[in-house]
Design a protein around this ligand. Structure first.
Ligand code: 5AD
Ligand code: SF4
Length: 450
């Protein structure tokens, strides 16, 4: 704390995936030298940024309703003699619908796509002179990463983007269009950023990419994600490494071996399968079958028997029949998930699946989603319950809701709360697990760690 009041207030609302969370942090880093400090509420902020998500229709709709609210808020504020906040739309909706946003919502001062955040200071200065700037659509992440300032950590865990974009073209997905082709950052730059984070007290990094396990494959780079993980694991003080999101196709032997050999690589893997029906997987252009997915899981479990598996599922993809959905349930039963995300298929304009015959009724989607969620829920509860009685190493991250309590994470990404002194924040401590709920575990410190 410097003691001087921040000159300007910045509010960022983040939608969607962890890459947007990372991007929001980097936007704050870029704007900080200009005197912008973060605030938790949009009221009274000088600069409001919506970092948007385009993946499903609902996420996209939210942007317009939020913009409507912001417009009103600003009008009231100005009428009351307050200053006029600048409204920026960033992220994937900005990339896809920049022109339309400017047209539909005149309150927006600036639209900026994910590859242009390093230019924010200049763009904001320009919007203060005249509205109407729009910057998107150049898929040149090199320029962005090279121009971003030093990384500032704000806790003991951090996200670290290593790869962007996707060349897989699953037929339901907008990502290849909004985030461009697969592109990987150089390993040196990633290592440097990881070291910056560790120097600020970070103990765990989650490597991010839309297709993170395709890391370095675009450049014909050697070793891929496995080599990167091994390189980062050598950094003194970096004790935990995770990565997300992966594609089953890119789960190669080297990466599977790393799960068995690199102690810092946490035993948790988010490996979306989307469906358990080969017919649907083919229509989705997933380039794997239910069986090849199960074989991959088998290999990973052979390398790291305690690994926790999570995934993404889509129900109601065009042409999905009852038998296809049953095949998905069968696959879920065969895998046993620690957690998962499930979605109703959302028709995205411009993607091949949007034009496919056999679009499924909302009511059928609802019913399938509910059944799938019941099963996934049971599995998550069972996974958590199985930890009771075990001693798990917990990385404490922050104070808990109750007095004297800290919250941390198990290797399996479960939230764990325990009564513990504040000085243990940032430490990895053995905790005996005593209780389990759907979303978290409760435990007590093992005596020797107190
Ligand atoms: N409809 C529903 N879910 C989708 N996802 C991606 N596109 C769609 C869509 N059109 C889901 C996939 C993906 C996750 C990030 O979002 O399951 O893995
Ligand atoms: Fe979308 Fe498929 Fe690429 Fe994942 S792999 S980002 S679902 S196109």
């Amino acid at each position: 704390m410097s003691g001087t009041a921040p000159t300007k207030r910045l509010f960022i609302k983040t939608y969607g995936c962890q890459m947007n969370v990372y991007d929001s942090e980097r936007m704050a880093d870029v704007l900080s030298p200009l005197g912008y400090a973060m605030t938790d509420v949009p009221e009274g902020a000088d600069l409001v940024v919506l970092n948007t998500c385009h993946i499903r229709e609902k996420a996209t709709e939210k942007v317009y309703s939020e913009l409507g609210k912001l417009k009103e808020m600003r009008e009231e504020n100005v009428a009351g003699g307050g200053s006029r906040s600048t409204i920026v739309v960033a992220g994937c909706v900005a990339q896809a619908y920049g022109e339309e946003i400017m047209r539909r919502q005149p309150a927006v001062d600036l639209v900026v796509g994910p590859q242009s955040y390093h230019q924010l200071p200049e763009l904001i200065a320009r919007t203060h002179r005249a509205r109407g700037e729009r910057l998107a659509a150049d898929f040149a992440p090199d320029a962005k990463f090279d121009a971003l300032p030093a990384r500032r950590a704000s806790g003991v865990t951090a996200f670290l983007t290593v790869q962007e974009g996707c060349d897989k073209f699953c037929t339901f997905c907008v990502v290849p269009y909004t985030r461009g082709g697969e592109w990987s950052r150089p390993a040196e730059a990633i290592e440097a950023e990881a070291r910056e984070l560790v120097a600020q007290g970070v103990r765990e990094v989650t490597l991010l990419g839309q297709n993170v396990n395709a890391y370095a494959k675009d450049a014909g780079g050697e070793g891929g994600l496995a080599a990167l993980v091994r390189r980062l694991a050598r950094i003194e003080g970096l004790d935990r490494i995770r990565y997300t999101t992966s594609h089953p196709r890119d789960m190669d032997a080297a990466l599977i071996a790393a799960h068995g050999e690199v102690a810092e690589l946490m035993p948790y893997l988010h490996l979306p399968v989307q469906s358990g029906s080969d017919r649907i997987l083919k229509a989705m252009n997933r380039a794997h079958t239910a069986d090849s997915y199960l074989k991959t899981i088998e290999k990973i479990r052979a390398a790291r028997p305690d690994i926790a598996i999570s995934g993404d599922f889509i129900v109601g993809f065009p042409g999905e029949r009852d038998a296809d959905f049953e095949a998905t349930l069968d696959l879920v039963r065969a895998v046993g998930h620690a957690g998962a995300f499930s979605f109703k298929y959302s028709r995205r304009p411009g993607t091949p699946a949007a034009a496919m015959p056999g679009q499924v009724d909302e009511a059928v989607k609802d019913e399938r989603l509910a059944r799938l969620n019941t099963l996934l829920d049971e599995q998550a509860r069972a996974f958590n319950a199985a930890q009771v009685g075990k001693v798990l190493p917990v990385l404490f991250e922050k104070k808990g809701r109750h007095h004297g309590q800290l919250i941390g994470r198990s290797p399996y990404l479960q939230a764990v709360h325990a009564v513990a002194p504040d000085r243990l924040i940032g430490q990895i401590v053995p905790v005996r697990i005593e209780s389990a709920a759907r979303m978290s575990l409760g435990g007590a410190l093992e005596l020797e760690s107190v």
